[in-house]
Design a protein around this ligand. Structure first.
Ligand code: ATP
Ligand code: MG
Length: 134
């Protein structure tokens, strides 16, 4: 089963989140800049002509299509790396994904989102190493 994580995070947390994901072996992802607001409806800023409301704040959306088996570890990694404890830390949405197809090879499903040295290979290696008597 493939899932999609859509994580909406602070702009200044992008590098932290990207390197934390890299560290657990998440290889394929895409990000884009979005604008929106959550339950505070934006923020009030004070300028020379008084205070004004900015209702659409810039956030970064990180999209990852991955196997369900890697979902929880990936969510925990994002939660830790994107957290400040202040309002505006963001939200994580999870979707079911119908299909993924790598155009070059026509691989489908989880094969299409597997990469050399990724989270699955690391898990396999850990399993093999654990099985070797020392
Ligand atoms: N229901 C929603 N659907 C789609 N996008 C949303 C939704 N709620 C928030 N967003 C997006 O998520 C971003 C982050 O929201 P934010 O972190 O302020 O959430 P919040 O629910 O207000 O929580 P907090 O109280 O921690 O601020 C928003 O700027 C907006 O882009
Ligand atoms: Mg908010």
């Amino acid at each position: 089963m493939l899932k999609k994580i859509e994580a909406i995070i602070r702009e200044d947390k992008v590098n932290d989140v990207k390197s934390a994901l890299e560290a657990i072996g998440i290889v394929g992802l895409n990000i884009f800049e979005i604008r929106g607001h959550g339950r505070q409806g934006g923020i009030r800023l004070s300028g020379r002509s008084g205070t004004y409301q900015v209702d659409m704040l810039t956030k970064i959306q990180v999209n990852i299509i991955l196997s369900e088996a890697n979902l929880e570890e990936t969510i925990q990694t994002i939660l830790d790396a994107a957290y400040t404890g202040e309002a505006g830390d963001g939200l994580i949405f999870v979707y079911a994904v119908e299909e993924a197809i790598r155009i070059r090879t026509r691989e489908r499903g989880h094969e299409a989102v597997m990469y050399p040295g990724d989270i699955d290979e690391r898990k396999k290696r850990r399993f093999i190493n654990d099985g070797i008597p020392t």
